[in-house]
Design a protein around this ligand. Structure first.
Ligand SMILES: *Cc1c(COP(=O)(O)O)cnc(C)c1O
Length: 402
């Protein structure tokens, strides 16, 4: 056994989260390593039974009574309150529903309206220049609708780009391609000082590292639940509206579920108080309740965001160490920052033939993903990955890189 294999054994033996792996369905095969939990989290073992109950009993037997008796109607805010502590938010500020893309739209138009918009001289939206594409596309439309213009800015340069014309700033907490973690506390403070409204996209941070929405004074945030929160394919996203903004939050999609009295069926719209104001239409109950079951893992006494973060940094450090040891120098470039304060829960490696390399890796059982044009992306979900997995993945990678 090599030194690194030996180290992996020791690290696994000392891992406080090692037992949590049993809560997930993974391959039994020794050679398989799933490093794509930042695209689609693995299936928690309790989810199939929970979904079976929702379908057979709640829908099949109780039918319409389930809207009240099974808690369907209040699921968006109830599950929002389960996500809240994972992102550092007090209860009552998060509502679950719709896709991240739709929530980016609600949040960004809402942010421009909160800031006063063009009528008050704030007619510019700043968007993370390296953003996940959907955020940028939606920002373009939100800008046209609100009479604003969009400017793409590297997150580091946001403080210099802010000014009296800035209405809202849309940033990704962790860059989906490079795995870089941006300075949420510092950037949020700078945005607030400029009188603008911050919108953070937490897709690649929620469930992987502490976010501290309340502590850092974030205004609005969105995120998905099928990556590090393991909610399942297409599980609904969420919207955070800080309590201090809720009364003034003016959703661009004021569906009947956000009405103060939804069953009053009134022709005049009157927004509900609180997080419910972020709802739109009838919630997607099947995937929402699958998500609720998936989130149960976070109530285990041995699971906490801090423990997950500590292990995530140890896993990614160890992966880079193994890659450096096994892969000939110069064959790949580590794109993800080495500094812990600047790293999410993934490692991105650049090489010209990344697309073909990833195909070979997947065929060999090591599943990561390829991000055009030249990035090999590996996501590390501390709830179900161990150090031996990481060492093996690096070894197979070195072999496939040839
Ligand atoms: C994954 C991801 C999305 C996905 O948006 P959907 O509407 O769920 O398809 C959006 N933004 C970021 C930053 C992401 O990483």
């Amino acid at each position: 056994m090599s030194d690194l294999e030996e180290r992996a054994r020791e690290l696994d033996a000392a891992d406080q989260l090692a037992a949590v792996r049993g809560d997930f369905v993974l391959d039994d095969l020794d050679h398989a390593v799933y490093l794509d939990g930042n695209s689609l989290g693995a299936l928690p073992v309790n989810v199939p039974g929970a979904v079976e109950d929702v379908v057979r009993r709640q829908w099949g037997e109780l039918r319409i009574r389930s809207w009240s008796e099974s808690g369907w109607w209040t699921a968006p805010e109830r599950i929002g309150d389960v996500i809240a502590p994972l992102v550092g938010a007090a209860a009552g500020q998060i509502v679950v529903g719709d896709s991240t893309s739709v929530n980016v739209f609600k949040a960004l138009v809402g942010a421009v309206r909160l800031a006063g918009g063009p009528a008050s001289g704030r007619d510019e939206i700043l968007v993370d220049a390296s953003t996940f594409p959907t955020d940028g596309y939606i920002a373009g439309s939100a800008a046209r609708m609100t009479g604003c213009t969009v400017r793409a800015v590297a997150p580091d340069e946001v403080p210099d780009a802010l000014g009296p014309r800035t209405a809202a700033v849309l940033l990704n907490h962790v860059d989906y391609r490079s795995g870089r973690l941006h300075d949420l506390p510092g950037l949020t403070a700078a945005i607030r000082a400029a009188g603008a409204v911050s919108v953070w996209d937490l897709c690649h941070s929620a469930g992987a590292l502490p976010v501290g929405l309340d502590a850092h004074g974030v205004d609005l945030a969105v995120g998905c639940t099928y990556k590090f929160l393991n909610g399942g394919p297409g599980s609904p996203a969420y919207l955070y509206v800080a309590e201090r903004h809720q009364a003034a939050f003016d959703s661009p999609l004021p569906g009947w579920n956000s009405h103060a009295e939804p069953f009053g069926m009134r022709s005049a719209y009157e927004a509900a108080d609180g997080a419910v104001r972020g709802r739109v239409g009838t919630p997607d109950i099947l995937s929402m309740l699958a998500l609720e079951a998936a989130l149960k893992v976070w109530s285990r006494p041995d699971v906490s965001v801090d423990a997950v973060r500590a292990k995530s940094l140890a896993l990614t450090d160890f992966f880079v160490e193994c890659v450096t040891a096994y892969v000939p120098e110069g064959r790949v470039e580590v794109v993800t920052p080495a500094a812990h304060g600047e790293r999410g829960s993934q490692v991105a490696l650049r090489c010209a033939d990344a697309g073909e390399v990833m195909e070979r890796l997947i065929a060999a059982g090591v599943v990561g993903d390829f991000r055009a044009p030249d990035v090999l992306r590996f996501g590390f979900t501390p709830l179900y990955l161990g150090f031996a997995d990481v060492e093996r993945a690096a070894r197979v990678l070195a072999r496939e890189l040839g």
